[in-house]
Design a protein around this ligand. Structure first.
Ligand code: SF4
Ligand code: SF4
Length: 312
């Protein structure tokens, strides 16, 4: 992954319903009760973060689809109008955007929306998701394109997530490739990812292995907050809270991110090659480039530990 600089992006970890049953998703392996942030709780948590200087938010639920959160529009509008918030984003299966939402996409000044494309044909989509909803996804993408064209708008804040699939297809006959090309002509970006290889922190079987050595980028960039205020080092995969950093309603973010905190202990451990909780079995490790960390206090902190490590 090409990263210019690392900044902290806090994920507001809801557990929501989802129409799909992707074969790599923890949804197919665990039973979890839904956890939705009320608008009030959402605002409280965002305000705690911005007070500490965190200005970027990931709204992708831990499991489920953000567009199935009935208050998704109110939450987005709160972030858009909050001067302390710089960026927000979410990944979505894009099966239930309202017409109003599709039309509004180009107007969001801080947000990035990432529709997941789990296949280029109905067959590929069904193989990964277990559902025949490919045509619904195509219809929603086409509606968004048409409305952007009608209104003479760009789709620069769409980042299309094409989940890697190696099955050969006939390019000429793929309607999805046509849609992706049309979106790219309007400024959308494309991100080809191999998420289907990931093992969900060891919950899902996978042959894919990645050697760990140093601090994982997700540990710095992708911390998450659950509904009850518990924080986790890794919002991507920590379904059972094995990387709990503390609770934002019981202690301040200054204390949660201090040198002698659980966070400090986990980061220090990774620098010395010790991976605990789900990090131990996870195959989504991505080595961070320490020189590209933007967060001043963290940079200083890591440099101190790095010096200690080199002296050993
Ligand atoms: S779309 Fe996301 S939440 Fe839904 S089944 Fe697929 S991976 Fe899981
Ligand atoms: S090793 Fe895996 S679980 Fe640990 S922080 Fe990185 S991505 Fe998350």
């Amino acid at each position: 992954m090409d990263v210019e600089t690392y900044n902290m992006i806090i994920n507001l970890m809801q557990i929501l319903p989802c129409q799909l049953s992707c074969n790599f998703c923890a949804k197919t392996k665990v039973t979890l009760t839904q956890e939705r942030y009320s608008l009030e709780k959402f605002i409280t948590i965002v305000n705690i973060c911005t007070k500490y200087g965190i200005d970027s938010f990931d709204l992708t639920p831990h499991i489920g689809d953000f567009l199935l959160d009935k208050q998704h529009m109110s939450k987005i509008l709160f972030l858009e109008s909050n001067p302390k918030v710089k960026k927000w984003n979410f990944v979505t299966n894009f099966l239930t955007p309202s017409p109003e939402f599709c039309i509004l996409i180009p107007e969001f000044s801080k947000g990035t929306i990432s529709p997941s494309i789990y296949g280029l044909t109905d067959k590929q989509y069904f193989e990964t998701t277990g559902k025949h909803m490919f045509s619904k996804l195509c219809d929603n993408l086409w509606f968004t394109i048409i409305k952007a064209k009608d209104n003479k708008k760009k789709l620069k804040n769409i980042n299309i997530y094409v989940r890697y699939n190696s099955s050969p297809i006939n390019r000429e006959s793929s309607y999805m490739l046509f849609l992706l090309d049309e979106m790219k002509k309007l400024g959308a970006r494309e991100d080809i990812s191999e998420i289907c290889n990931k093992n969900w922190g060891g919950l899902i079987e996978s042959d894919f292995e990645r050697k760990k050595n140093g601090i994982c980028q997700h540990a710095i960039q992708d911390n998450g907050i659950f509904l009850n205020g518990d924080m986790t080092l890794c919002n991507c995969w920590d379904t059972y809270k094995t990387l709990n950093l503390g609770n934002i309603f019981d202690e301040s973010l200054e204390s949660i991110y201090s040198e002698n905190s659980k966070f400090g202990e986990l980061i220090k451990g990774q620098m010395f090659g010790k991976y605990t909780g789900i990090c131990e079995k996870c195959n989504d490790f991505e080595l961070i480039n320490i020189d590209k960390i933007e967060i001043d206090w963290l940079k200083k902190y890591i440099n101190i530990i790095e010096k200690t490590r080199k002296q050993r």
